[in-house]
Design a protein around this ligand. Structure first.
Ligand code: FES
Ligand code: FES
Length: 270
């Protein structure tokens, strides 16, 4: 039979046996071998994929039951080469299990995070019930999901575990909220100076006016990534890729702080 499904966002068709399981169609029909078969009793969870956004064991479904539906496999988690928050969490916390367990865990945890952005430890562990690791290496997986929870909920998708990262995260939150007064009074000295392509702004009134004009025209929708973040006790530098009402732009910032507030800032975009 001809099977047509949306796989990882793309319409795909393949010739499959009418009795084929979904996992077989994915692996053999679409060559998506990230989804694994780890048992023959529907217990291990290695074959987990999302069907219409819901995690299912793809060894328990006939391929024909997925006709016309949206299927997401582990190959579809990254976005144009950028790891999802969950994948990043697994990477950062060494949550990596064997090649059988990892894809299944990633898919069932993806489903959890799509339903609940703030799962607690108990919920994470209970969602892992359906993924059996024979070597019982769950501890780092739980830590990986906890890290992913922080990434998902941060406006800048970083774990704000240092003072400067917390400062940056708060700065972006002010900008997203268009709270110019809050931003300038909390983050800038009376005599702060900002240097950018728009010229030099000196002192809080000019800094406030600068941000006010910027936010009048531009709405920041999401910080897609933050790269090259470096900090000392009183400086921070980073590049960021920002999705805004004006499109996707790359920005760079360097700030000198004194007593937790900006004295001097260089900023620009390209
Ligand atoms: S292969 Fe599907 S649950 Fe084990
Ligand atoms: S990591 Fe796969 S069985 Fe334990």
């Amino acid at each position: 039979m001809q099977l047509s499904v949306i796989v990882n966002g793309q319409p795909r068709s393949a010739e499959v046996d009418p009795e084929a399981l979904l996992v077989e169609a994915l692996r053999e029909g679409f060559q998506l071998t990230g989804t694994k078969v780890g048992c023959d009793t529907s217990q291990c969870g290695s074959c987990c994929v999302l069907v219409d956004g819901v995690s299912v064991k793809s060894c328990t479904l006939l391929a024909a039951q997925a006709e016309g539906r949206e299927v997401t496999t582990v190959e579809g988690l990254a976005d144009h080469g950028r790891l999802s928050a969950l994948q990043q969490g697994f990477w950062d916390e060494f949550g990596l299990q064997c090649g059988f367990c990892t894809p299944g865990m990633l898919m069932s945890m993806s489903d959890l995070l799509s339903r609940n952005r703030h799962p607690d430890d108990h919920e994470i562990r209970s969602w892992l019930d359906g993924n059996l690791c024979r070597c019982t290496g769950y501890q780092n997986v739980v830590k990986a999901v906890q890290r992913a929870v922080k990434l998902v909920n941060s406006p800048v998708h970083i774990v704000a575990d240092t003072p400067m990262k917390q400062f940056y995260e708060e700065q972006v939150q002010f900008l997203m909220d268009k709270d110019v007064d809050g931003l300038v009074s909390k983050h800038y000295h009376d005599d702060a100076v900002i240097v950018s392509h728009a010229g030099i702004a000196r002192g809080r009134d000019q800094v406030r006016a600068r941000f006010g004009t910027f936010l009048h025209w531009v709405t920041i929708e999401e910080v897609l990534s933050t790269d090259n973040f470096t900090e000392t006790d009183n400086t921070l530098m980073f590049e960021a890729t920002i999705k805004s009402s004006m499109g996707v732009v790359k920005t760079y910032d360097a700030m000198l702080l004194e007593a937790g507030r900006v004295k001097l800032q260089f900023t620009g975009s390209r």
